[in-house]
Design a protein around this ligand. Sequence first.
Ligand code: HEM
Length: 436
Amino acid sequence: MKKIVTYVSIASFLLIFTELGCSKSSTSTPAPTNPCAGVTITVTGTTTPTSTPTASNGSIAATASGSAGLTFSLNGGTAQASGTFTGLAAGSYTITAKNSSGCSGTQSFTVTSTPCPAITVTATVTQTASPVATTGSIAAIGAGSTGFTYNINGGAFQASGTFSNLGVGSYTITAKDALGCTGSNSFTVTAAGCATITLTSTPTNTSGPTATNGSIVASATGGLAPYTYSKDGGASFQASGTFNNLATGTYPVVAKDFNGCLSNTASTTVAFTCPTITANASTTNTIKCETNNGMITITASGSSGFMYNLNGGTFQPSNIFTGLGAANYTFSARDGNGCTQSGNTTVSQAPAGSLFLAVKAVLATNCAIPGCHLSPAPQNGLDFTDDCTIVGQGLRIKARAVDANPSQMPPTGPPLSAGDKQKIVDWINAGGKHNN
Ligand code: HEM
């Protein structure tokens, strides 16, 4: 007996010892304190827009509160003492203010840009002494802004707007203002001694926004035939005045005579004219109690390469859309050149079929007793006032009320009449669906 008590004491001692050791170790390591607890660093500031859309001279002047000794960084970059960041392009920036303990606050800023003014270029053009001389010049003046420099045909900018030693040809002068905003215009240097050459240029539109079947027919008069024609402002010439296979766009058409004398530049725009597209849709009803099975078939004519979509969705090569529920639909047919024709159509729910309605009536009549399958307390959870329950149970209804011998449904009372059984058989044989 004494020995047992001793054992108990030792066990108690071990238990106490263990608990003491456990509690000692848990208090010896203090929980780390969060230096940022209760510290809220708030960043505010103002932005200065860039002077043009492309200039990198916007700035953000940020200040922060909530802690001392804060440094600032832009988009996670190098930290600095000042909250001002300059030389910024238009865009979004995040500024982070951080104290010596690493606690931080951030704020997003958007540097906007100032739009360019409309810059126009006019010029006084001096003819060359002859068709082959390079004594022409263009003295251009920019307007709409200040501090202009000028270039010719995309070359280096210079302070003067006058370009000399030019041969016969078409030249583009660009004026750039002090902020980097530009405006351009094209000028034609003609030759002295040249007769006036008059150009007419007639476009034929493409058959769609992406088609390349536009054309231009140009014809020159005056000067000395034969003429050559250019649709790129004089960069290259061809003998024919007809340009085919053109995409939409504006073409600077110019003619040159045998002496190298240039006509006026006719800025000729090839636009697009879509063909008349007809698009119709035929629909197939969706059947109640089935997975959506409505269908739309689109028929398009008047062009080629058609693709089709429904309700503004992705265009597809097939003109048939299946699996549709009862609803209104917008359909479109798009031809190979991007011309579209749209219309509206409706997929309806097929009405209940006469054979189905006859069976529904049989169930209603023969079930008009307590304990049967009509709501509010339908037997077995099968509510035969619900159309889709009837459709779903069609084969079982036939099995229980028609095929079983003796008939199992109704379970009590007389079986269904031969006529009622036949109605069930006829409906199942026709497909057993809601619209049969
Ligand atoms: C127009 C006549 C009726 C038809 C076509 C019919 C059909 C059915 C069907 C299809 C089921 C589901 C079970 C299975 O899949 O086999 C069922 C179950 C059941 N029905 Fe009917 N029923 C009819 C009338 C009645 C009536 C009048 C009662 C009782 C007053 C009744 C009581 C039950 C009961 C208790 C069940 C669950 C137990 C079982 O399956 O036997 N039924 N019935």
